[in-house]
Every structure is written in C-alpha cells, then in structure tokens.
Design a protein around this ligand. Structure first.
Ligand SMILES: [Mn+2]
Length: 265
C-alpha cells in the first residue's frame, strides 16, 4: 500500500493542534504489527506531501496535486493518506474525483461535518462544501457512526437524501448487517474513497482525538468494518484523520490507526 503523509493540523480551527504528529506516530506503531489478520506481511511505500502549516490554501493545493497525480498513476497501489485533521479530505477527495469523476465517498465519523460553509472548508464543513459544489455526488455518499450533530446538519443530510447509519442504527441492526448493506451499495459504485475520522471509535478505544464522543464503535467493530470494505476492489483511496498524539493515552489511538492501515494492506 502506498502512504501519503499529510501532517497538517490547522484546518481544525485551533482544536486540532498535535494532529500534525500523527502520520509519523502511526507509521512508527506499524513496526509492532507483524502479519495482518489475513496472514500477510503489510508493506508500505511512504511519501510525504509538503505542507505549509500557516497556509491552508497552499496546503490544499499540494494535497490536491499529490492525490491527483497519485490517482493518475496507473500502477498506483491502493493509497492511504495519513492526516492531519479532517479538512485535508476536502483537497484529497477533489484530487481523487478529478481522476474518477462521480467517485463514491464512504465516511466513518461521529459527526457529519456539514456544519458551516466556510471557504476554504475546515474539518467542520469539508463534506458540506464537497457536496454543495458538486465534487461529491450526494447519491454516492454514505456516513457511518454518526452520533453528535446539529439540527442544521441533520436537516442538510435529510434534504439532500444522503445515506447515513447512525450509531443507534448500528446498535439496532448490528455491525454485520450494516456492513452487508454498505458493501452491497458500494459494490455498485465506481471508484470510491474511504475516509476514517478516528473519532468514529469510542473514546475508550481511541482517546487521542479532538472531539471525544461517547458511544462509538469498538476497536473490533471498526476492524471488522475495514476487513469487509477491504474486499471491495473499487475502494482505491483511504484517509485516516484526526488522530492527535498530544491527547493520546499509551499511544492507543495511533496504534489503532496503524492496525486499520495494516488490515487494509
Ligand atoms: Mn469527527
């Protein structure tokens, strides 16, 4: 798997300082993971995107160009972008969609990130902007793990008919049934992008993040979801965002992110 490091943490309105340390920290944790659960030795080829912490526009441009170029590389293996805060998904998905028009987007996140309408978009509204500007096709977006949202966000999702599976629904139907539905849907899509905000996991398993939200996925449910999604060959690009080593306990959160990465490899 190819890894693109995007150590940017200024798209979080001051609440994500520390996320810039995550790519190196996560890669470091991979050294303690030997075979993945499928029995393969994960192998990674790492590149770093040049980030300018003080300049979100330059950073977005660099991420966009790097992901676009990577997606145009016909021999590119499945690629994982390591953030950084969730604002990086804006430029990254845009770069991916410039190669794969109408690309699908699956987002694991406790929040819908459809709150404001800032320009450039932050980690609170990157998804709303992608949908409103038409970069993401609202019929090919699925949100998983939602459990804290504003009234406007709920309304935005419902008005646009965006599919989502809240934690409440996941609890009612079980992760297995939910993943059946998701994989059946995504299988019919073209090339797709998977974005994982680590706060989709319960803070008991992933405390090192800016917005801890009780009642999330267990580490095992997350890994199970990944093991199912990995079988979909049309998921070409993944990002893992919002891991914050400054807020972590015992490197639990970066270790979980490393585990997710090795399961995908
Ligand atoms: Mn979130």
């Amino acid at each position: 798997m190819r890894i693109l490091k995007a150590p940017f943490s200024r798209g979080g309105m001051g609440k994500t300082e520390g996320c810039e340390k995550a790519p190196d920290k996560i890669i470091e944790q991979c050294k303690d993971l030997y075979l993945n659960e499928s029995g393969f030795v994960p192998s990674f080829e790492t590149k770093e995107i040049e980030i300018e912490q003080d300049n979100i526009e330059t950073t977005n441009k660099a991420i966009y160009e790097a992901v676009k170029k990577n997606s145009e590389d016909i021999i590119a293996p499945r690629t994982c972008l390591l953030g950084g805060d969730h604002s990086i998904t804006y430029a990254s998905f845009k770069g991916f969609a410039s190669r794969y028009n109408g690309a699908g987007l699956i987002v694991f996140d406790a929040h819908p990130d459809c709150e404001n309408d800032f320009s450039p978009p932050t980690h609170e509204d990157y998804l709303k902007v992608l949908i409103k500007e038409g970069t993401a096709d609202k019929n090919r977006v699925i949100l998983v793990g939602i459990r804290n949202w504003t009234g406007e966000e709920k309304e935005f999702l419902e008005q646009n008919g965006i599919k989502y599976f809240s934690m409440k629904q996941i609890m009612m139907h079980g992760i297995n049934d939910i993943m059946d539905t998701i994989t059946e849907t995504v299988r019919e899509w073209g090339e797709s992008y998977l974005s994982i905000d680590i706060d989709v996991c319960d803070p008991a398993f992933a405390p090192g993040t800016g917005y801890t939200e009780p009642g999330g996925l267990t580490a095992r449910e997350m890994i199970y979801a990944i093991q199912r999604l990995k079988l979909l060959k049309n998921i070409r690009m993944i990002d893992i965002v919002e891991v914050n080593p400054n807020k972590d306990i015992n490197d639990m959160t970066s270790k979980l992110a490393a585990k997710i990465m090795t399961e995908l490899a």
